[in-house]
Design a protein around this ligand. Structure first.
Ligand code: COA
Length: 249
């Protein structure tokens, strides 16, 4: 499978959102000079590496989208940590223990794009209370035990993707209980599908993919009132989950 076909298979997004994924390994990609100052001089090598790999994915996604001069476009920062995309673009970056990914599209098509990569986690009760609503905890209970770490990661990841899609546009902070995520019934079986040993731990070959729905339980600025509904996509791997959220313009 070509690099491009592999990225397309791993994308949780519709085709008009360009996606790039970098599994662990290989040399650290170069940062552009304008980006080097965004990292603290005391940043640990792990942080430097994930920052550089996220920026490399962003440029690859921009090139796939057909954005002019993508390899020379620095991705600076808007506000505290959100990426500042070149004029006309909207997107998101995520990294997780060696994996990095980015998604980019045209601002005339999308108001917000969110992306998150997570490792499977066990849902300790205190963590589940912090992240999940009662209906989401019930859904997690319905998942076969072997699938719960991936299912919990999906829930957590979906919420971070919602935040990344909305926060840059709204400027409003949302907590984990401010949005409700609903996965279709077949996700429960998919999360348990691949026995851990049958897949290489770091394999970027997807096991399953699909869509989910979400809605807000509080206002996130005038454009996103309480009750606002949106779409998302997910892709499951042996040792990662990826979610994406998009808000059409
Ligand atoms: C900001 C946050 C979502 C980042 O997620 P994370 O799992 O810690 O880290 P990830 O690797 O997935 O993402 C980090 C990237 O997100 C991007 N990012 C940071 N803040 C962002 C924001 N406010 N909006 C959009 N993107 C943001 C950056 O590109 C960052 O990478 P970089 O610093 O290398 O450029 C998370 O730390 C957070 O604050 N969450 C609390 C809010 C929340 O998720 N609420 C749920 C609402 S339902």
């Amino acid at each position: 499978m070509s690099h491009r076909a592999a990225a397309d298979a791993a994308s949780p997004f519709p085709p008009d959102i360009a996606f790039a994924l970098l599994p662990p390994g290989g040399a650290e990609p170069p940062l552009l000079p304008e980006e080097r100052g965004l990292l603290s001089a005391r940043a640990l090598p792990e942080r430097r590496g994930e920052f550089a790999r996220g920026r490399a994915c962003a440029r690859e996604a921009m090139a796939r989208l057909g954005f002019a001069d993508a390899p020379r476009q620095p991705i600076l920062r808007a506000g505290a940590r959100a990426p500042r995309w070149p004029e006309g673009l909207v997107g998101a970056i995520s990294h997780s223990h060696g994996w990095a990914a980015a998604a980019v599209s045209w601002r005339r098509l999308y108001t917000g794009v969110g992306l998150d990569v997570e490792r499977p986690h066990s849902a300790k009760p205190s963590l589940l209370d912090r992240i999940g609503l009662p209906e989401e905890a019930d859904w997690l209970d319905s998942v076969p035990p072997a699938g719960r770490p991936r299912a919990f990661a999906l829930l957590f990841s979906a919420k971070e993707s919602i935040y990344k899609a909305l926060n840059p546009a709204s400027g409003v902070f949302l907590g984990y209980h401010d949005a409700r995520v609903a996965f279709p019934q077949d996700v429960a079986d998919a999360t348990a599908k691949a026995p851990e040993s049958a897949q290489r731990a770091e394999s970027a070959l997807p096991i399953a993919s699909g869509r989910f729905r979400w809605h807000l339980l509080r206002d996130s600025g005038p454009a996103f009132p309480s009750g606002y509904r949106g779409d998302g996509g997910y892709v499951l791997f042996a040792e990662r989950v990826i979610t994406g959220v998009w808000v059409r313009a």
